[in-house]
Design a protein around this ligand. Structure first.
Ligand code: ADP
Ligand code: MG
Length: 698
C-alpha cells in the first residue's frame, strides 16, 4: 500500500523542508523575500544553496539544473553535476548561492523571435523562489525565469509572473474600496487545469512515422466503431490504463502535484487527469511536469501517451480546461457570490470586470489558445467554437439583467436586486455548469476557459486573462476610489458595463450553426485559424494593454508574433514532409504489391477462361488503380505547394501559404490514401490502422 501523505511532496524542497533545514533567520528572510519579491542577497543564497544541495544529495541527486520554459512551450534543462575537485584527486559535492540564483545557458538555440538578433545571444535564468525546487531523474531542478541580457523575457514564466503582479495590484485596490482588504497582502490568480490525453500501445506507435514525427495520425481510415456509443466516457478503466494511472499519481504526488481526478474521456483510448487548483505560476509548472511524466510513465508501461490536440480524425481531440479564479492570500475566492450585500456587490464587480475584459480582449484570448494542432478542434463541433463568448447561466444572467435594466428579478419571491442592499439569491452550482459548448463558462465560483488544446502551456492564456482583468479593474478602481455613494456609483458602473458588453454573454449552444450568424450580428470576432488571430499580438490596443501593465513590451510581443507564426508553418511543414515520406516509402509499395497480385489473378483467370470485367479482381484492380493514380497526382500537388512555400521568407506570407495551399493539399492526399486503405487487405497495409491504435490497450 502506498502511504500517500508520506510520499506527497517527498521530492520537493517545499516550505516544510525549508523550515526544517534552514537556520530560522535564513528561513524567515527567504519567506519575506518571496512575499515582497525582492532580490535574494548573496549570503542568504549561499545558505539556501547549501541546504538544498545536502537535501538533494541525500535523496540521490548528482546534478542540478535551472529548469525553465522557453517559448517553444516545452521545458528546458541543462544538467550540471555538483562535483568540485579537491586535492588528492578527490571531489566534493558543491553548490553555491550564485549557481542557485543565476544561470547563463546559451540562449542561441531557443526561439527568440528577433530579440536575440537585436541584442546578444546570451540568455540568463533566475530562480523563481515562488515555485519550489524539486528532484527529477536524480537532478535538483530549480524553477527559473529566462531572459535576455537586456531583460526581455525569453520565456513563458516571466510574463505570467508579471501578469499575476498586475492583477494582484489592481484587485487589491478594489478590495480596499469595499473595505475587504484587512489582512490581505496579495491576490492570487488560481488555475486548475484538466488534462486530456490518449494512451495507445507503444509498439504500434513505433510503427507510425506520423505519430513519431508529428504526434498525430496524418492518414487513417475510420475504424468501424468510434465514439458514437458513448460507452467510453466515465467507463470502467482497463487494467493496463489503471496501472499507468496509479504509477503516474505516485510520480506526481512525489513532486507535490495535487493529482485528484482520473477518468475515461469521450473518445476510445482517451482519458483525463485533473489536479486541484493552485496559483497560476505553480499550476503552470505542475502542468508541464504532468505532461512530461505522462509521457515517461506511459513508456514504462509499454504505452505511448499522445498529448496532441487532434491525434485522430473522426473522434474527439484533447483539450485542457483552464479553471481560473482570483483569490486573496487569506483564502477568499473573489468569484464566490458572498453572504453579505457588500460581498455580493464586490462579487458582481469582479464578475462584470471579467465580462468586459473578455469582450475587450477576445482577440488575445483566441490567440493565446491558437496552435496548428488546436485549429483542428476549435470550431469543429467537438470543442468550443473559435468565437469567444461567456456562459453565465440563466440565474446569473437574470440577476445582471435586473441590475442593468433596473427590473425586478424573477425569482420565487420577485425580489428587486439593489446593490449593497440585497443578498444575492443562492446560485445553484449544478445549473451553472451544464453548458459544455461555451469557450468561457462561469461555473459557480470560477471561470472555465475551455478552448486550450491539450498540448498547450497554460502560461499564455493565463497571462492574457490576468492582464486583461487587471486592466479593467484598474479602470473601475480609478472610477470608484473616493466615491461618496459607492452603491449608486457601482450600480451605474455595472449598468454601463453591461450595456457595452452584454453581446459577449451567450448561454446557448456554441456548436450550433446559428450561433456563427448571431455572433456576427453581435460584432464578435470569429478567427478561424491561428493565422487570422496572430496579428492580435501587434495591434495597438494590445500593445498598450501589455505595456501599461509591464507584462510584455513591444519587442516581446513582436517576438511572440514571429514565433507563433514560425511554429505554425514549421509544424505543418513537418506534417507535409511526413506525409510525402509515408506515401513514397510505404503506401506506394503496398498499393503496387496489391495491384500486382490482382493482375496476376486476372491473367491466370483469363488463361483458364474465367476472366470477366465484372469479376472481383478486375473491379478491385480498376478501383485501386484509379485511386493510386489520384494519390500520385495529389502527392505531386502537395510537393509543388511545399516548394512554392520554400521560396517565401516572411512569416505571415509563409503561414498564409501553408494555411491556404499546403493544408488543402494535405487533406486531399489523405482523402485518397484513406480510400485506398478501405480497399486493400489489412495485412498488406504498411501501417497500423485506426482500429489497431484505438483499441489496442486492454
Ligand atoms: P468539472 O469541470 O469536471 O466539473 P470541477 O469543477 O470539480 O470539475 O473542477 C475542475 C477543476 O477546477 C479542478 O482542477 C479544480 O481544482 C478546479 N477548481 C475548483 N475550484 C477552483 C477555483 N476556485 N479556482 C480555480 N480552479 C478551481
Ligand atoms: Mg471542466
Amino acid at each position: 500500500m502506498t502511504n500517500v501523505p508520506e510520499i506527497f511532496g517527498s521530492d520537493v524542497f517545499n516550505d516544510a523542508v525549508m523550515k526544517d533545514r534552514l537556520p530560522s533567520d535564513a528561513y524567515r528572510e527567504l519567506k519575506s523575500t518571496i512575499e515582497t519579491g525582492q532580490a535574494l542577497d548573496v549570503e542568504l543564497a549561499n545558505v539556501i544553496a547549501h541546504a538544498m544541495k545536502d537535501w538533494a544529495v541525500e535523496k540521490g541527486a548528482t546534478h542540478f539544473t535551472h529548469w525553465f520554459q522557453p517559448m517553444t512551450g516545452f521545458t528546458a534543462e541543462k544538467h550540471d553535476s555538483f562535483i568540485s575537485p579537491e586535492d588528492g584527486g578527490r571531489i566534493i559535492m558543491h553548490f553555491s548561492g550564485k549557481e542557485l540564483v543565476k544561470g547563463e545557458p546559451d540562449a542561441s538555440s531557443f526561439p527568440s523571435g528577433g530579440i536575440r538578433a537585436t541584442f546578444e545571444a546570451r540568455g540568463y535564468t533566475a530562480w523563481d523562489p515562488t515555485s519550489y525546487a524539486f528532484i527529477k531523474d536524480n537532478t535538483l531542478c530549480i524553477p527559473t525565469a529566462f531572459f535576455s541580457y537586456s531583460g526581455e523575457a525569453l520565456d513563458k514564466k516571466t510574463p505570467l509572473l508579471r501578469s499575476m503582479e498586475a492583477v494582484s495590484r489592481q484587485a487589491m485596490r478594489i478590495l480596499k474600496i469595499f473595505g475587504n482588504d484587512t489582512g490581505v497582502k496579495q491576490v492570487f490568480s488560481n488555475v486548475g487545469c484538466e488534462q486530456e490525453y490518449f494512451l495507445i500501445d507503444r509498439e504500434l506507435f513505433n510503427k507510425r512515422p506520423d505519430l513519431i514525427y508529428t504526434g498525430r495520425t496524418l492518414f487513417g481510415a475510420k475504424a468501424p466503431k468510434g465514439q458514437e456509443m458513448d460507452d467510453h466516457y466515465f467507463g470502467a478503466i482497463k487494467p493496463k490504463v489503471k496501472a499507468f494511472m496509479s504509477d503516474l499519481n505516485i510520480n506526481l504526488w512525489k513532486l507535490g502535484v495535487l493529482s485528484k481526478t482520473e477518468h475515461n474521456e469521450v473518445a476510445p483510448a482517451q482519458h483525463e487527469m485533473a489536479p486541484i487548483f493552485e496559483t497560476t505560476n505553480i499550476a503552470t509548472d505542475h502542468n508541464q511536469l504532468t505532461m512530461e511524466l505522462m509521457r515517461k510513465t506511459a513508456q514504462k508501461h509499454g504505452l505511448e501517451c499522445l498529448l496532441h490536440e487532434k491525434p485522430f480524425d473522426g473522434v474527439n481531440g484533447s483539450g485542457k480546461h483552464n479553471n481560473w479564479s482570483l483569490a486573496t492570500d487569506t483564502g477568499v475566492n473573489l468569484f464566490e457570490p458572498g453572504k453579505t450585500p457588500s460581498q455580493n456587490a464586490q462579487f458582481l464587480l469582479f464578475l462584470v470586470a471579467t465580462i468586459k475584459a473578455v469582450d475587450d480582449y477576445q482577440d488575445m484570448i483566441r490567440l493565446s489558445v491558437a496552435s496548428a494542432g488546436n485549429d483542428h478542434r476549435l470550431g469543429a463541433n467537438e470543442a468550443p467554437p473559435a468565437i469567444v463568448s461567456i456562459f453565465l447561466g440563466e440565474e446569473l444572467t437574470a440577476i445582471l439583467k435586473a441590475i442593468h435594466y433596473g427590473e425586478e428579478y424573477q425569482d420565487e419571491k420577485r425580489k428587486k436586486i439593489s446593490l449593497g442592499v440585497n443578498v444575492l439569491p443562492p446560485l445553484p452550482k449544478d445549473t451553472t455548469d451544464r453548458n459544455r459548448t461555451s469557450p468561457f463558462a462561469f461555473t459557480g465560483n470560477k471561470f472555465e476557459l475551455r478552448s486550450l488544446g491539450s498540448a498547450a502551456s497554460v502560461a499564455g492564456p493565463n497571462t492574457v486573462l490576468n492582464t486583461a482583468v487587471a486592466d479593467v479593474l484598474e479602470e473601475f478602481a480609478d472610477r470608484l476610489e473616493g466615491s461618496k455613494n459607492l452603491n449608486e456609483d457601482l450600480t451605474i458602473l455595472i449598468r454601463e458595463t453591461l450595456e457595452a458588453h452584454e453581446r459577449i454573454i451567450f448561454n446557448g449552444n456554441g456548436y450550433d450553426e446559428s450561433w456563427v450568424e448571431e455572433a456576427k450580428k453581435r460584432g464578435l470576432l470569429n478567427m478561424k485559424t491561428l493565422v487570422d488571430a496572430a496579428p492580435a499580438y501587434i495591434n495597438e490596443k494590445n500593445l498598450n494593454l501589455f505595456n501599461k501593465h509591464n507584462v510584455y513590451n513591444e519587442l516581446e510581443l513582436k517576438s511572440r508574433y514571429d514565433i507563433k507564426l514560425e511554429k505554425y508553418w514549421k509544424t505543418l511543414n513537418i506534417e507535409a514532409l511526413t506525409m510525402i515520406d509515408m506515401v513514397r516509402k510505404g503506401y506506394v509499395g503496398a498499393v503496387i504489391g496489391f495491384m500486382d497480385e490482382l493482375s496476376d489473378v486476372c491473367a491466370k483467370k483469363e488463361k483458364i477462361g474465367m476472366y470477366s470485367e465484372k469479376s472481383m479482381e478486375a473491379v478491385l484492380l480498376k478501383n485501386v488503380s484509379k485511386n493510386a493514380d489520384l494519390m500520385m497526382e495529389r502527392l505531386e500537388k502537395l510537393e509543388k505547394s511545399l516548394s512554392e512555400a520554400g521560396n517565401m521568407e516572411e512569416s505571415m506570407e509563409l503561414a498564409r501559404k501553408y494555411r491556404d495551399s499546403v493544408i488543402p493539399a494535405m487533406d486531399k492526399l489523405r482523402e485518397v490514401v484513406d480510400e485506398l486503405e478501405t480497399l486493400i487487405p489489412g495485412d498488406k497495409w504498411p501501417y497500423p490502422s485506426y482500429g489497431d491504435l484505438l483499441y489496442s490497450v486492454v
